[in-house]
Design a protein around this ligand. Structure first.
Ligand SMILES: [Zn+2]
Ligand SMILES: [Zn+2]
Length: 201
């Protein structure tokens, strides 16, 4: 009896839980895009800017977008956006009912993990995700960001770039991406001016 009631309650709450999880992910992916756009590529971003331009864009530059060894901590700003997330979560704890707060926490942890994981997988040689068309598309969109640092700041949801006006289709660069994306390790092709290009907006 108790079990049935619990199941009934859970099913009745399910749409609300689902909506909460989806909204949480959208706030996460939108926050990541804005954070990357605002701090990663403008001088006022301070340490985020220097890290991101020097390491992430310096290491994974044109001709060298894929590597068998991911430089994990170097220049990857994605973990930093955990800080604002924790602040927002603290605020939500005060206003949300406990069950929705639990759903929100689980969803933001999952979304955060997905961002970090995909960011790594895009640059990893022979990622197991490469067999999926959606992954290859997002990977190309991210590679475009490395070729044109004023575009495609998202990691997962590139419609945020459409809203920001920074979306750039990979089709224009398909030829370059097709060759550099699959042939790793050619540091001689590293574009030396990527950092300055990134700030000249
Ligand atoms: Zn960037
Ligand atoms: Zn990248």
């Amino acid at each position: 009896m108790l079990m049935v009631e619990w199941a009934r309650w859970f099913l009745s709450e399910l749409p609300l839980f689902g909506a909460t999880a989806i909204c949480t992910h959208l706030v996460m992916s939108g926050g990541q895009t804005l954070f990357h756009y605002g701090f990663g590529h403008h001088r006022f971003g301070g340490i985020f800017f220097r890290n991101h331009i020097r390491f992430h864009h310096g290491y994974y530059a044109k001709g060298h977008l894929v590597s068998s060894a991911y430089r994990r901590s170097e220049g990857n700003n994605t973990p930093y956006f955990l800080l604002p997330t924790i602040l927002v979560a603290g605020g939500m704890f005060l206003v949300l009912p406990l069950n929705l707060f639990v759903v929100m926490s689980a969803a933001s942890a999952a979304s955060f993990g997905a961002h970090v994981y995909l960011d790594k997988a895009y640059h990893a040689e022979g990622s197991s995700l490469a067999r999926f068309a959606w992954f290859r598309r997002k990977q190309q969109l991210h590679f475009v960001h490395h070729l044109h640092a004023n575009s495609n700041f998202a990691v997962i949801d590139f419609f945020w770039d459409r809203l920001l006006g920074t979306y750039r289709s990979p089709d224009m660069d398909a030829a370059i991406i097709a060759t550099v994306g699959t042939h790793p390790a050619n540091p001689s092709h590293v574009a030396p001016d990527l950092g300055s290009k990134a700030v000249s907006k």
